[in-house]
Design a protein around this ligand. Structure first.
Ligand code: OGA
Ligand code: MN
Length: 284
C-alpha cells in the first residue's frame, strides 16, 4: 500500500522535495517505485528531517541497486568505507579546516565517471552542516546540452572523453593517485554526450575526472572542455541545495554535475555528511 507521500517540485531545473516518508523504515515496492519515478523526472530529491544510522542509509540505498565501493583512501591509508563521510574536519585535530584531507567535492563532477560503469545515484545525509552556506550545487547537463547549437551538437556527437582517478586528482590539486589506485582504476573512455537510459534525454558528460578528449591535441582538448564547462555551469542550469541537519538528498549522476560551494567559513563551521553511491550502467 502506498504511504501518504507527497512530491513537491522545487523549480524547473532540478529538485523536488519528498514529504511524508520516514526512510529509516523499509519501503513497500510501490513507494520505492514512486521515488524512482520522481527521481527520473526531477533529478534531485530532498527528504527533510530524517534520522538515519549508517546501516539504515545502506538499507535505503540498496533498494535502488548495487552499492559502489570507493578507491579513495583515508589519512591512515585504509579504503573509504561503504558509507563514506564527506567532511571538512581535520583527521588529527577533529576541527574544521580550509584544507581537508580531500577537497574533490568542491569541483564540478559527476560521481565515479572514472569507472567503466559509473554511478547512477548518490545519497548524501546531512549530519552536521553550517547554518548558512556549504550548499551543494547541481547543474542540469540536459539543459546544458539542449542550449548548444546544432553545429556544436554535431561536433560533439562522436567525441569521447578519457576519465581517470589520476586525472581527477591532478585536476583538483589533491594528493596524487598512488600506483595501487592507478591499477585499481585505469583510465576509461565515455561518450561526451550520453543518453539517459530511462528518459532517453541527452546530456553533456564531463567534469573534473576527465583528463582529455580522445584523439585530440592536449591544448585543444583542454579549451573545449573548459568552454563546455563554463557554458554549462551558468545560473539558469543550477539548483542550489541549502542543507539542514537531517536532510537526505539523492541525485542522478547520469544527467547532472554537482559540487559543494565554499560559501561558508570552512575553518570555523563543521560540514559532515554521510555518503552512499549506487552503481549505474555503461554510458552510451
Ligand atoms: C559527493 C559530493 C558534494 C558536497 O558526495 O559526491 O560531491 O556538497 N558532495 O559535499
Ligand atoms: Mn560527488
Amino acid at each position: 500500500m502506498l504511504v501518504d507521500m507527497e512530491i513537491k517540485k522545487l523549480n524547473d531545473i532540478a529538485g523536488a522535495e519528498v514529504l511524508g516518508l520516514d526512510l529509516s523504515r523499509s519501503l513497500c515496492s510501490e513507494t520505492r517505485d514512486a521515488i524512482l519515478s520522481a527521481f527520473n523526472e526531477y533529478h534531485v530529491l530532498v527528504f527533510r528531517n530524517q534520522t538515519l544510522s549508517k546501516d539504515q542509509q545502506v538499507n535505503f540505498t540498496q533498494q535502488f541497486g548495487e552499492l559502489e565501493e570507493h578507491v579513495g583512501r583515508l589519512p591512515d591509508g585504509s579504503r573509504y568505507p561503504i558509507v563514506h563521510t564527506v567532511t571538512n574536519l581535520d583527521p588529527v585535530s577533529g576541527k574544521p579546516t580550509t584544507a581537508p584531507h580531500t577537497h574533490g567535492n568542491y569541483f564540478w563532477h559527476t560521481d565515479k565517471s572514472y569507472h567503466a560503469v559509473p554511478s547512477l545515484m548518490t545519497l548524501l545525509y546531512a549530519v552536521d552542516v553550517p547554518q548558512t552556506g556549504g550548499d551543494t550545487l547541481f547543474c542540469n547537463m540536459q539543459l546544458a546540452y539542449n542550449a548548444l547549437t546544432d553545429p556544436e551538437k554535431e561536433l560533439l556527437k562522436s567525441l569521447k572523453a578519457i576519465h581517470s582517478w589520476e586525472a581527477s586528482r591532478r585536476n583538483t590539486g589533491n594528493i596524487p593517485a598512488s600506483e595501487e589506485q592507478k591499477r585499481e582504476r585505469p583510465p576509461v573512455s565515455h561518450p561526451l554526450v550520453r543518453t539517459h537510459p530511462v528518459t532517453k534525454n541527452k546530456s553533456l558528460y564531463l567534469g573534473m575526472h576527465v583528463g582529455h578528449i580522445e584523439g585530440m591535441a592536449e591544448e585543444k582538448s583542454k579549451r573545449l572542455l573548459q568552454n563546455l564547462l563554463d557554458k554549462s555551469t551558468v545560473e539558469r542550469n543550477i539548483y542550489r541545495h541549502s542543507w539542514q541537519p537531517g536532510d537526505l538528498v539523492i541525485w542522478d549522476n547520469r544527467c547532472l554535475l554537482h559540487k559543494a560551494d565554499r560559501n561558508y567559513d570552512m575553518s570555523v563551521h563543521p560540514r559532515v555528511l554521510h555518503r552512499t553511491v549506487v552503481k549505474g550502467t555503461i554510458p552510451v
